[in-house]
Design a protein. Structure first.
Lengths: 330, 330
C-alpha cells in the first residue's frame, strides 16, 4: 500500500499535526506516458502553507483529502516513457507520498554522481532557482551593492547570500537567534548578520548598511521588512519572494502604510514566482552546479526520517526550527 | 516691494491658512549669471505638502520663514545672462513670490505663441512630464492594457488617462464626486470612471476591469489603492506617483499588509520622481506639444487671482476642490 500525507482540515493560523492525515491507498498504476516514481526525499517549503488555505492565490488550493503537494526526489520504479529507465533518479511535483504516477514531461532526471540527489530539492532545485532568478532577474544586483536578505538562514536565504557574494556584492543577513546568526557569518559567507530576535533591527541595519540597502531579498515581510524599507538606498530593488511572517494570520496584520517610501527612494518592489521561469531553468542549473563543484556554494540540510514526520517538520519550519533545507527521507 | 508667501508654521495635519504668511521684502537684485523674473502664474501642487514637514524625504524640508517652493511662470524683467532677454516667458522653480532672482540655468524659456504660458505649469510642464515618464517609463503600458488612474481628474491624472488612450490602452479613472466622474468621461476620454465617494470601489473596479488591471497609476494611496491591488492582472505594474491621501496624517495610517499580492500577481510597484528625468525632458515636451496641437490632449485650469489666495488654493487642492490644474495668477 502507498502511504501518503493528506490535508485533513484547513489550518486555522499555525497548522497543527491534526490538520494532516497519514493514509494508505492502493499503489498507483502508471498510465500511458507516465512514470512510476518511488519517492525517497520529500521537500518541506513555506509556499505549501498557501495551498492549504482557501484564499485565492497563484495556484489552486488543496481540497480536503488531497495529497500535500511538494517537490520530491525519487527513483523510477516503472516507466511508460522511453526517456526514463528503472533506477533513474528524478525530481518532480509528486507530493508527500511514497509512490507517485507522474506524466513524464513533469519530471526532471538528476545526475546522482554530480551531487547528492537531495540537492535537487534545494541548491540544484527549487530554492536554488528561486534564489538565482529572484536575485539576478528581479534584484538586478550590481557589484558593490549591499544586498539584505531576510530569513537569511533559510533554504532560499542561504543561497541568496552566497550568490550575492559571487556577484561582488556585500551581503547582510537577517535571521532569528544567535546560532543562525553565527551560521550566516561562518557557513554562508555573509559579511554582516542581524539577529532580529535579540537585536534592535533598525539600529543594526543602520550600522551594517551605511550607504543604505540597494537590494532587499524579502522572504518574511512584517516588521523586519518595514525596518529594511526605512534604510533603502536610492533606486533600491525589493524582491518579494515570500512573506512567511504573514502566512498563518487568519486576518491580515495591520501595519503603517509606507508606500510613499518608494517615491522617496525611487524604489521598486516586485513579486515573482519561480514557476514562471521554467523555460530558463537550463540557464541557471549548470551555473549553480558549477559554483557548487567549485566550493562557492555551501548548503545545510535538515533531514528527518519517516513520511509520518512530514507534518511535524513542516510546522517546525514555519516556526523557524529547521537548521537547513527541511527534507523528509521516506 | 516683493510680495511673497512664506511658511509661518509647520502644518499639523491638513494645513491652515495661518500656517502661511504674506510678507513684503525688498526687490531681489539679480547677481552674475542670474535672471530677474516677474512671476505671472504660480503652481499649486500636492508635493508641496511634503516640503512643509520636517520628515526626511527626497528634498530638504522648508524652514520656517522660507518662501514656499513652486514652479512659476513669469516674464524676464532683467537679465545677466545672454540666453535671456527682457520680456521672455520662462518657467522655473521660483516659488510663491512676485519677483525672483534665479540662476539662468534653472529656467526654461517657453514659447507663448505655441500655447498659453500657463501650460508650462501643467500639460507642457511638470504634470505633463510626470504623467509621461510615470506612465511610459514605469508603467510600460502595452496597447490593449487596462490602465487605472487614481485622482484621475487631478492635474496629473487627466493627462495620464489621455496618454493611455494615445498608447492604445483602455483607461479607467477614479475620482471623487459625480461632477469629476462626468469630466473623466466627457472631457478626458476615460473609457470608464468610478466615483469613489458614492460607489463601492471594489465592485465598480470588478465591473470596469474584467481582465484585471495591467497598469495602476497611483496618485492617492490609501483604501482606493488597496481595492485596485486586489484586482491586478498578472505582471501588473503599479506606478507610485503620489500618496496624497496620506500626506496630512500626523502618524502613518494603519492598513492590512498586502505585499503578498505582489507575489500572487507577480506584480511590480515602483516609485519615481520627475526631477530624475530632467535630462530626458527634451524627449517628452515636443511629443506633448504635438499631441496638444493635434487636439489629442485636453486640459482644464482652475486659476485664482491674487498671490494672497495661494494658501487657500493649496488647501482647496488638498481637499480635492479644484476642477483642473490649480494655478494662482499674480
Amino acid at each position: 500500500m502507498n502511504r501518503r500525507v493528506t490535508l485533513a482540515s484547513r489550518p486555522n493560523g499555525m497548522p497543527k499535526e491534526s490538520d494532516f492525515a497519514l493514509e494508505e491507498a492502493p499503489d498507483p498504476e502508471p498510465g500511458a506516458g507516465e512514470v512510476l516514481v518511488r519517492n525517497r526525499f520529500l521537500s518541506v517549503d513555506p509556499y505549501q502553507r498557501g495551498r492549504m488555505s482557501e484564499a485565492r492565490s497563484y495556484a489552486q488550493p488543496l481540497q480536503i483529502g488531497d495529497v500535500i503537494t511538494s517537490q520530491s526526489v525519487g527513483e523510477v520504479a516503472a516507466t511508460n516513457d522511453p526517456r526514463f529507465a528503472a533506477g533513474d533518479w528524478v525530481v518532480g511535483q509528486t507530493g508527500w507520498q511514497e509512490l507517485a504516477a507522474a506524466r513524464a514531461g513533469t519530471l526532471r532526471k538528476i545526475d546522482s554522481k554530480l551531487a547528492p540527489p537531495t540537492t535537487a530539492l534545494h541548491v540544484l532545485g527549487g530554492t536554488g532557482l528561486t534564489a538565482y532568478f529572484g536575485l539576478f532577474d528581479i534584484g538586478e544586483p550590481v557589484a558593490g551593492d549591499t544586498v539584505v536578505v531576510s530569513a537569511a538562514a533559510g533554504a532560499v536565504g542561504q543561497i541568496v547570500g552566497q550568490l550575492s557574494k559571487i556577484a561582488g556584492c556585500r551581503a547582510v543577513g537577517i535571521a532569528g537567534g544567535e546560532e543562525k546568526k553565527r551560521s550566516l557569518l561562518e557557513e554562508f559567507g555573509y559579511d554582516a548578520a542581524i539577529d532580529y530576535k535579540n537585536e534592535d533591527v533598525a539600529a543594526a541595519l543602520k550600522a551594517a548598511c551605511r550607504d543604505g540597502v540597494n537590494v532587499y531579498f524579502d522572504n518574511v515581510g512584517g516588521e523586519v521588512s518595514d525596518a529594511v524599507q526605512r534604510r533603502l538606498a536610492l533606486h533600491a530593488r525589493i524582491v518579494i519572494c515570500g512573506q512567511v511572517s504573514q502566512y498563518n494570520n487568519a486576518k491580515p496584520e495591520l501595519a503603517p502604510r509606507m508606500t510613499n517610501l518608494l517615491v522617496v527612494y525611487r524604489a521598486r518592489m516586485e513579486g515573482f514566482l519561480i514557476t514562471d521561469y521554467a523555460d530558463r531553468f537550463g540557464e541557471a542549473l549548470p551555473r549553480l552546479a558549477a559554483w557548487l563543484r567549485e566550493g562557492k556554494l555551501h548548503y545545510r540540510e535538515d533531514i528527518v526520517e519517516g513520511i509520518e514526520k512530514a507534518p511535524r517538520a513542516f510546522i517546525g519550519m514555519l516556526n523557524g526550527e529547521n537548521r537547513g533545507k527541511a527534507i523528509v527521507a521516506v
